[in-house]
Write a protein that binds this ligand. Structure first.
Ligand code: FES
Length: 87
């Protein structure tokens, strides 16, 4: 890692830490935008993370619809997820 990329890496860490996100912990967020999760909070979570500039990916239904919205954080399911649980 060059000193330039190290400096950029540290700036990103500070940014995400200011949002309450620990990027050193390799936060990986996946939000379900399937037909049930999307209207039951999935889209709202995606919009909130976009507004905060927090990176995430989306997926379509993993058959956990009863627990919408479903989010995976570091590969662990958060059922009926809230923004606090995701960040
Ligand atoms: S729509 Fe999200 S788990 Fe089915």
């Amino acid at each position: 890692m060059t000193s330039h990329s190290m400096k950029k890496h540290n700036a990103n860490d500070l940014f995400f830490r200011s949002l309450g996100v620990d990027m050193n912990n390799h936060q990986k967020i996946e939000i379900c935008l399937g037909q049930n999760c999307k209207p039951y909070g999935g889209q709202a979570l995606a919009d909130a993370l976009n507004k905060k500039g927090v990176p995430f990916t989306t997926f379509e239904c993993r058959s956990l619809c009863t627990y919408a919205p479903v989010v995976f954080v570091k590969n662990k399911a958060k059922l009926k997820a809230s923004l606090d649980e995701v960040l």
